[in-house]
Design a protein around this ligand. Structure first.
Ligand code: ADP
Ligand code: MG
Length: 964
């Protein structure tokens, strides 16, 4: 047996151990499947034994009374097999997860349970912890404020609870920032169960996880400078739009019964209104006018007519009457010719991005001295950069003015702009809109513009979770997003039946013309039901709406609680009581998620909990989530949604159908519409938004997939260095690669030996390494021998250096050399990729596919990144020492071989042959200074991030390489 084990071990170590490892994985899976019934039974039995016991959960005594139902076991199986278990709210998913967590933790690998907030991670790990402890396993819980050693302890446990952000940030810190293996905290990505999986893998996945630091790249923000102009532009356009709305109104008011020119008037009004929609989609008067469904239809018709191919010219003319146009859906703004003149009457072209390629070409064909040409080229380049920056800043300011409304998209608190999450209404402290938009909003509100930050490490939620060997999820609402789960995460959805039949009564939506009427109706229903003692939960999509309803209830003297998803634990406690007799709770849809609402003893008699949705959400899923908060575990309960034509969903995505139905029925003020057929129309609108949002997420992901590959390569290399015991080995591999590339470059195989540029090769070798190489040593050698000789000399020189060092200190230095080069250049790469990503959209105008272009360029940039990293590592190997003494000793011991003009010219290492310097440190300074001088190459193959060979001092890509 021993012999066999040894043989297997040898095989496992060999290069092609993959099939064996795969086999081991299959064996493990098979084994787990085999013991599943037993393991689940053991957990169930443990639960039974724990019944009646008490322990603390989040500071409150808790008495265990749960034994898994059969449907819960089925849910556990779905989770074990890597699926999403759709189980309604209150079905006990927290308990369900313990079954597969226990089973999979038996492998000895760390299994993760992912929650939506820290409070739930703490609650669930304490709540379920006793089950695991009873079974001899350990449970950890990650919290935001834990220091690294404590985090590490949590991951050392068999099972770890935590939020997606904490898991993801730990991954980034471990792989992108840790400087030693000891400071890494995680141990692998084996199995994760994601609770409230739709919320995490879909809603949260819209923004990537980013660790950022202050920007090192200077940003010339000129928001302050342009703000007054843009504010003026915005005011003028507002006035123009108000005039148009008034004109449209007069045109429509001028219609007479059976008037001949009625059609004409409507056409004209439709055009005017559409123009306002283009120029100021959130114009208050416009919004008010189109409350009237017949006016809305006129607008829609106007838009349709202008969209026709035949009216392209009209549409352009219409746009040109405005100062700028806004696309509310795409969140984009565009200056018109008139707007450009407005901003700069003497030189409207100041706001047109010049065609750099042809401008440079124009310079090239001039017959002027080369120096003069170079100067002009640089001028052109600089003008181009300034102008692009200016245009970008103005576009951002316009977006800030037109599309971002205070107290809706953001609030101003303590002199800071705080983003409001559009889905949850939650404030998002510390987050900033990207690409300078945040600065633009800061300028608009007149608060201090904070320094831009730069990404140090980033990953999308999608790509983080795709790393797990096995992923599973649970939620009450997954079905509507099944395609996305399948496409992006390869997660199938399994709908698990409820333990008891659900008896919830879902009423038809009530639809009103205006928000005001809608709110009045909601308050009326609340007051009526409250009078009977029935508890109510009112869901809103924003903090704003919560506050309006709360004010209205106060006026009616209805006592109530308001929750905005700010304080998870306190809110959990409040919402847990929402099912008590006479309770009224207003909450944004995320508040208290994951908390169970139990009914008071007399509540079933008054119909159970009634849920009111004050607005349809963009995603059907979120509405279902809200409905699901009542009628859990067979309780009585009911729900109803309220909609108005002023709601964003209806305004942006609702078809004209709803409006025309209402018009046909000739609704009066305050009158409501409640018909089954409207449900379909609303659902269509929601589907449309869902698809739209999915395509945005998918697009983001397609772009991130490119970066993801880069990250994988860089992080795995980094880990090799961090965890491996022999960094020198990796360094020498790199040196060999670099030497190889240079030899091939200077001694090309397709040229005879006497055309090789041995001088250049020798110059490079002596510059990068203290090897004292001479041309005559290379003469009459094959390229392979040349390469070998260089590598051999470097190796010997390094041994000489190592002899002067403490081996452990040297190992640390070797790691640092790699990490420094890698981290610095990687972060720069992240920045460059960001720039590329932001600029790439413009390519779409050239009929080219931006994604394809992005991929091609990103590939080149990555190639260059790896080249630069390797060159930098090779160049730094001899330039660091653990102490000054070691470095001086090494320099003194260098061979006395450096002679000949081409050698002295560039070498960084002139220790031995020179008269001893008065002070050792000068030698070091000189050496380092020489080492950091820009390298000039004979063959102009220059990395984008390297100094430009023209000597401008700029990076190549910002100078002569800009068009390469
Ligand atoms: P979900 O996450 O599915 O909405 P929770 O895990 O919060 O549900 O559990 C909801 C409630 O159901 C909790 O109060 C829990 O104590 C109770 N519960 C869950 N499973 C059982 C069971 N097998 N027997 C009795 N009560 C249970
Ligand atoms: Mg839950």
């Amino acid at each position: 047996m021993l012999a066999e084990a040894r043989k297997l071990d040898a095989e496992l170590r060999s290069e092609d151990a993959k099939p064996i490892r795969k086999n081991a994985h299959a064996l493990e899976t098979e084994l787990l499947n085999e013991i599943l019934p037993e393991a689940f039974a053991v957990v169930k039995n443990t639960c039974r034994r724990l019944c009646g016991r008490e322990w603390m959960v989040c500071g409150r005594p808790y008495k265990w009374e749960m034994v898994p139902f059969d449907v819960q076991l089925i849910g556990g199986m779905a989770l074990h097999s890597g699926k999403i278990a759709e189980m309604a709210t209150g079905e006990g998913k927290t308990l369900v997860a313990t079954l597969p967590l226990y089973l999979n933790a038996l492998t000895g690998k760390n299994v993760h349970l992912v929650t939506v907030n820290d409070y739930l991670a703490a609650r669930d790990s304490e709540w379920m912890g006793e089950v695991f402890k009873f079974l001899g396993l350990t449970v950890g819980c990650i919290q935001h404020d834990q220091p690294p050693p404590l985090r590490r302890a949590q991951y050392t446990c068999d099972i770890t609870y935590g939020t997606n952000a904490e898991f993801g940030f730990d991954y980034l810190r471990d792989n992108g920032m840790a400087t030693s293996a000891e400071t890494q905290v995680q141990r692998g990505y084996f199995y994760a169960i994601v609770d409230e999986v739709d919320s995490i893998l879909i809603d949260e996945a819209r923004t990537p996880l980013i660790i950022s630091g202050p920007s090192t790249v200077a940003s010339s923000q000129t928001y302050e400078k342009y703000k007054p102009q843009v504010a003026e532009l915005f005011r003028s356009q507002t006035m123009l739009c108000n005039r148009h709305v008034n004109d449209a109104k007069q045109l429509l008011d001028g219609r007479t019964e059976g008037g001949k020119d009625n059609d004409d008037r409507e056409d004209q009004a439709g055009r005017l209104l559409y123009q306002v929609k283009l120029g100021m989609p959130k114009n208050k008067q416009l919004l008010k006018m189109i409350e009237d469904p017949s006016v809305r239809r006129i607008l829609d018709n106007g838009e349709l007519a202008l969209m026709a191919d035949s009216s392209k010219k009209d549409l352009i003319a219409l746009k040109e009457e405005l100062l700028f146009t806004i696309d509310e859906r795409q969140h984009e703004t565009d200056l018109t010719e008139k707007g450009r003149k407005f901003l700069n009457p003497t030189d409207p072209d100041a706001f047109v991005i010049p065609d750099l390629v042809s401008a440079l070409h124009d310079v090239d064909v001039l017959t002027i001295p080369d120096e003069e040409k170079e100067k002009r080229r640089q001028d052109t380049q600089r003008r181009y950069e300034e102008r692009s920056e200016k245009i970008h800043n103005i576009a951002q300011l316009l977006r800030a003015y037109c599309l971002f409304e205070k107290d809706v998209e953001y609030v101003v608190q303590e002199g800071k702009i705080m983003i409001v999450d559009e889905f949850t209404g939650r404030l998002m402290p510390g987050r900033r809109w990207s690409d300078g938009l945040h600065g633009a909003v800061e300028a608009k509100e007149g608060v201090t513009i904070e320094r831009e930050t730069q990404t140090l490490a980033t990953i999308t939620i999608q790509n983080y979770f795709r790393m797990y060997d096995k992923l599973a999820g649970m939620t009450g609402t997954a079905e509507t997003e099944a395609t996305e789960f399948e496409n992006i995460y390869k997660l199938g959805v399994m709908v698990i039946p409820t333990n008891r039949p659900c008896v919830r009564k879902d009423d038809h939506d009530r639809v009103y013309k205006t928000r005001r009427e809608k709110y009045n109706a909601i308050i009326k229903e609340i007051a009526e039901r409250h009078a009977k003692g029935q508890p109510l939960l009112v869901g809103t999509v924003s903090v704003d709406a919560s506050e309006v309803l709360s004010r209205m209830l106060k006026r009616q003297n209805v006592p109530h609680s308001v929750l905005n998803a700010k304080y998870h634990q306190q809110e959990a406690e409040i919402i847990a009581r929402a099912g008590q007799y006479g309770g009224v709770t207003i909450a944004t849809n995320m508040a208290g998620r994951g908390t169970d609402i139990k009914l008071g003893s007399t509540v079933p008699g008054v119909g159970g909990l009634h849920v009111i949705g004050s607005e349809r959400h963009e995603a059907r899923r979120i509405d279902r989530q809200l409905r699901g908060r009542c009628a859990r575990q067979g309780d009585p309960g009911s729900s109803r949604f309220y909609v108005s034509l002023e709601d964003d969903l209806m305004r942006l995505f609702g078809s004209g159908r709803i409006a025309s139905i209402m018009e046909k029925l000739g609704m009066e003020e305050g009158e409501e519409l409640q018909a089954g057929m409207l449900n379909r129309a609303i659902e269509t609108a929601q589907r449309r938004v869902e698809e739209h949002n999915f395509s945005i997420r998918k697009r983001t992901l397609e772009y991130d997939d490119v970066m993801n590959k880069h990250r994988e390569v860089v992080y795995s290399f980094r880990n090799e260095i961090l965890r491996g015991d022999d960094p020198r080995h990796s360094i020498f591999e790199i040196i060999e690669e670099v030497a190889d590339a240079r030899t091939t470059e200077h001694c090309p195989a397709d040229k005879p030996q006497d055309e090789w540029d041995l001088n250049a090769l020798v110059r490079w070798a002596n510059f990068a390494f203290p090897v004292g190489l001479r041309v005559d040593q290379l003469a009459h050698k094959t390229a392979d021998e040349v390469r070998q000789l260089i590598i051999e000399k470097v190796r010997r020189a390094y041994e000489a250096k190592a002899a002067n060092e403490d081996p452990n200190a040297l190992k640390a230095i070797e790691r640092l050399i790699v990490l420094n080069a890698l981290d610095r250049l990687w972060q720069e790469h992240l920045y460059n990729m960001d720039q590329l990503r932001n600029g790439i959209g413009l390519r779409a105008y050239g009929q080219r596919d931006p994604l394809l272009e992005y991929k091609t360029e990103a590939f080149e940039m990555f190639d260059e990144l790896m080249d630069s990293v390797k060159s930098e590592i090779a160049a730094n190997v001899f330039r660091s020492a653990s102490s000054l003494a070691a470095f001086e000793n090494f320099l003194r011991a260098l061979p006395m071989q450096l002679s000949g003009p081409e050698l002295n010219a560039g070498s960084a290492y002139q220790g031995g042959s020179k008269p001893a310097a008065p002070k050792g440190s000068d030698v070091v300074d000189q050496a380092i200074e020489a080492a950091s001088a820009p390298i000039k190459r004979d063959v102009p193959k220059v990395g984008r991030n390297e100094p430009c060979p023209c000597g401008s001092g700029k990076k190549f890509k910002q100078c002569c390489g800009k068009n390469a």
